[in-house]
Design a protein around this ligand. Structure first.
Ligand code: PLP
Length: 369
């Protein structure tokens, strides 16, 4: 048969994750620290809103850019939070959908994209598929934002800097000082910041600082998946200041010929989600973070996570992949750090699981070093 698969598929290497899932398939009742989604269910009130929307007939395409009421409410909240007048808004199929549209709208072959390493997996592979060049900025060992290194890496080909705070996989939330410095650099060098704030509500030790407050060159991506546990509903949004509306317009044009629109009944439920208070969930996740961190800190090298629901832990021994295999053989599912990084020294724990599971997993991991 003729070669039918496009060359670009080779630019995605999913082997690390596949290996974990292949090993995991053989396990019975493992401690699952691998999943990047909340363990609670969608709040009842929001489920009811979605059911009501389906019953009331909101089952057809919505406008490409999203339900008018939802868009208006997002715009109003954005204006209130960042002081942006007339922000441009696009409702997307999750933050993943927003990322793909943003990259399709912005990246030319040869463009350089600055990405702090470790990073969310999708960035690297999508940038590569589009012919862009990832410029990774090493943030080891404490995973703070290395603002000076970022400034030095900017060239005439730099298209954007990706900022993911709170960060997957490190659990780090960048400080006000780091954010201010990066905003200054973006303004001085006229560079776009793509702010992936999918975990913005999951901050445990103080307030979250969004770069959007300080930088009008921000393309903001936020989502509904993580705060309301609706990862399967595929909802997020992109927003930008009025001066960047062209970016949102181009993303909308591409949405028209790809996703068409985000799921219509769930957009209706998202209107209510924007007012839904998740403080209780965040408090529960802070407690999980504490159980995990207190359980591991004397045996492993790890930075105390302050956001999202991940810990990025240094593996004992030479290679993190080897340690991950050992952990999986002992019934604990973790993800090797090289899935999220150019290095193979750490592993990622997602503590979005039951407290007893966390305690069980901690005990097993402790016994392995
Ligand atoms: N960005 C980051 C940093 C993530 O960790 C994830 C999901 O794990 C996403 C984006 C995608 O989220 P969504 O479900 O909204 O597509």
């Amino acid at each position: 048969m003729k070669k039918i698969i496009a060359d670009r598929t080779k630019l995605i290497d999913a082997s690390g994750i596949r290996k974990v899932f292949a090993l995991a398939a053989q396990l019975r009742d493992p401690v699952d620290f691998s999943i990047g989604q909340p363990d609670f269910d969608v709040p009842e009130q929001l489920k009811e809103e979605a059911i009501k929307a389906i019953r009331e007939g909101f089952n057809k395409y919505s406008q490409t850019a999203g339900d008018e009421i939802l868009k208006a409410k997002i715009a109003q909240q954005i204006k209130q939070e960042f002081g942006w007048e007339k922000p441009a808004v696009l409702v997307t199929s999750g933050v993943s959908g927003g990322l793909l549209l943003a990259f399709l709208a912005l990246i030319n072959p040869g463009d350089e994209i600055i990405i702090p390493d470790p990073y969310f997996v999708m960035y690297k592979h999508l940038v590569n598929m589009l012919g862009g060049k990832c410029v990774f900025i090493d943030t080891y060992p404490n995973f703070n934002l290395p603002v000076k290194k970022i400034a030095k890496a900017i060239t005439g080909k730099t298209k954007m800097i990706i900022l993911n705070s709170p960060c997957n996989p490190t659990g780090v939330v960048y400080s006000q000082g780091e954010i201010n410095k990066l905003a200054e650099i973006a303004a001085a060098k006229d560079i776009l910041i793509l702010a992936d704030e999918v975990y913005e509500k999951f901050c445990y030790d103080g307030k979250f600082t969004s770069i959007a407050r300080y930088c009008d060159k921000t393309l903001l991506l936020r989502g509904f998946s993580k705060p309301y546990a609706m990862t399967g509903w595929r909802l997020g949004f992109a927003a930008a200041p009025y001066s960047l509306r062209e970016v949102i317009e181009q993303m909308t044009k591409i949405q028209q010929y790809t996703f068409v629109c985000a799921p219509t009944p769930f957009q209706k439920a998202a209107i209510a989600a924007l007012d839904y208070d998740i403080t209780d969930f965040v408090d529960a996740y802070r407690r999980k973070r504490d159980i995990l961190y207190d359980g591991l800190k004397d045996k492993f090298e790890l930075i105390k996570p302050t956001g999202a629901f991940y810990a990025f832990v240094k593996a004992p021994g030479r290679s993190a992949s080897e340690f991950v295999e050992k952990a999986i053989k002992n019934n604990v599912l973790i993800i090797p750090g090289n899935v999220f990084s150019e290095k193979d020294t750490h592993f990622r724990i997602s503590y979005a699981t039951g407290d007893q599971q966390i305690e069980r997993g901690v005990e097993i991991l402790r016994s392995l070093c």
